[in-house]
Write a protein that binds this ligand. Structure first.
Ligand code: FAD
Length: 459
């Protein structure tokens, strides 16, 4: 049967929208969050339910079509979309069901984190996720998931109880600690290598309002602040999360006009407790280096989660590089200062997310996410609205990365990587790589799911 005829038959069986290059919505549907990505799939299948996912997988398999899986479309490497193949787009599968007595949350694979925060907040609950509410639940979770609640409650995968999945042969399985436990181990950090997750069951935690927001300092203060921060975050109460950043000050409220667009450094705090306790914990840094500006307030958790959304609308140019760190030496601080001072645009940034606390108490081989001994996950992000500046932001991120990488722990968080090749993926999974490759061989021996940070099936 020709591919054209197969597509006609597919349209008859599929309930969601099927978008081909002739469709008026094609250009919109193939766009992803990163404006640098410009891929032209043969077909985009917007799945409405699990049956649609199964139908799409079978069609691609029967017709030898490359497949990419799209959740929230936020992957900076553009791994949610592919050239010439079939995009299995899960965005219509959107539902969140909170069970307040069990403190669990069932989430459809098309949800973004803002959907989850909105639903759980009504019950005074939250699932640990990231720092931007428009990021997809699926991709963020499957790579690990780090954000404002990480030190207290662990990575997003540490709060995952089970997943529903469609495998490469079109079959449907549930994976949890009790069922297909090898697959459940692999999806907690192994990304989209093993199948298409159609729903996630998470454990939620009592989080209502938090004391949170950024403190900013002039860049000259960065060495003093970083030296204080590197000791503080290793022993701070786990209720206190704080990521260090190099940033350009957004040109709008609440930031005072004289700071607009200035390159500064900062720490974005999130404390689960009273303002009085937070102020006691933060008194040493306020005394040591009084911030040039701070916006630290009590706020509903979903407000913190969406605080930075306006800075990063969809469609900007993005290029990023990443590493894990166990320490921040004085020599590394000098490099940070040098490359921070070269920030190529105000939206470009460098973040050091703490991944200690609860994350470190899970064993290295307990989930696919292997860097359980790291203290920070760093991401260096070049961002600019203008495609003409694409090379400029890329060069800056690469130069910064090259200077800092020698101080790193070896690997990087998969969700902060572009397409960087097998060596980098092996360095990231370390001792877990061979087990991942064996599980890949069991569930996807033909490497059907390969548009991802790919783990090749073991021979
Ligand atoms: C602005 C911004 C902020 C971010 N902040 C954070 C943060 O705070 N913390 C953090 O941990 N990460 C963060 N990230 C990184 C984020 O985790 C990754 O970009 C992630 O890939 C996004 O997931 P998505 O579903 O939106 O991506 P998509 O582009 O839709 O998918 C990316 C890949 O994930 C896999 N995938 C997606 N859906 C499925 C599925 N249902 N089943 C199987 N595989 C699937 C596929 O391999 C796919 O190629 C951020 C990214 C951006 C752009």
């Amino acid at each position: 049967m020709s591919l054209e005829q197969a597509i006609v038959d597919f349209r008859g069986q599929f309930r969601g929208e099927v978008i081909d290059p002739e469709h008026a919505g094609y250009d919109q549907a193939r766009k992803v969050y990163n404006g640098m990505i410009d891929r032209r799939p043969r077909l985009i299948a917007k799945c409405t339910d699990v049956a649609d996912v199964i139908t799409a997988v079978r069609m691609a398999k029967d017709n030898d079509l490359k497949v990419s899986i799209r959740g929230g479309g936020h992957n900076a490497g553009g791994l949610g979309v592919c050239d010439d193949g079939l995009v299995i787009d899960l965005s219509p599968i959107k539902y969140v069901r909170v069970d307040p007595s069990a403190r669990t949350v069932l989430v459809g694979a098309g949800c973004k984190w803002g959907d989850v925060d909105h639903a759980t907040h009504a019950f005074g609950l939250a699932v640990p996720s990231g720092i931007i509410s428009t990021t997809g639940v699926a991709g963020l979770t499957l790579g690990g998931g780090m954000g404002h609640l990480t030190r207290k409650y662990g990575l997003t995968v540490d709060n995952l109880l089970s997943v529903d999945m469609v495998l490469a042969d079109g079959s449907f399985v549930v994976a949890s600690a009790d069922e297909n436990s090898d697959l459940f181990w692999a999806v907690r950090g192994g990304g989209g290598n093993f199948g298409i997750v159609t729903s996630f069951l998470f454990e939620a935690h009592p989080v209502d309002t938090v004391c949170a927001g950024p403190m900013l300092w002039n860049l000259d203060d960065a060495p003093a602040v970083l030296k204080w921060y590197r000791e503080f975050i290793k022993q701070a109460p786990e209720e206190m999360n704080g990521f260090f950043a190099v940033l350009g000050v957004p040109p709008g409220p609440p930031f005072p006009e004289e700071l607009h667009l200035r390159t500064m450094c900062g720490i974005v705090w999130c404390y689960q407790g009273s303002m009085e306790q937070a102020n006691t914990i933060l008194e040493p840094i306020r005394n040591h280096r009084p911030p040039a500006f701070e916006f630290f307030a009590q706020m509903p958790f979903p407000m913190l989660q969406s605080l930075f959304d306006p800075i990063y609308p969809t469609g900007l140019q993005w290029y990023w590089k990443a590493d894990f760190f166990n320490e921040i030496s004085d020599a590394a601080i000098e490099k940070h200062l040098k490359h921070a001072s070269l920030l190529p645009s105000w939206q470009s940034t460098m973040h050091l997310y703490p991944v200690n606390g609860k994350v470190n108490r899970v064993g290295e081989a307990d989930t696919a996410f292997s860097y359980r001994d790291a203290v920070w996950s760093e991401v260096i992000v070049g961002v600019d609205p203008d495609p003409a500046n694409g090379q400029k932001i890329t060069d800056w991120a690469r130069g910064y990365y090259d200077a800092l990488h020698p101080f790193g722990a070896g690997g990087a968080y998969v969700n902060f990587m572009m397409e960087e090749g097998e060596d980098r993926i092996r360095a990231t999974y370390r001792g877990n790589y061979n087990r991942l490759a064996a599980i890949k061989a069991k569930y996807d021996p033909g490497n059907f799911f390969r548009v991802n940070q790919n783990v090749r099936p073991a021979a």
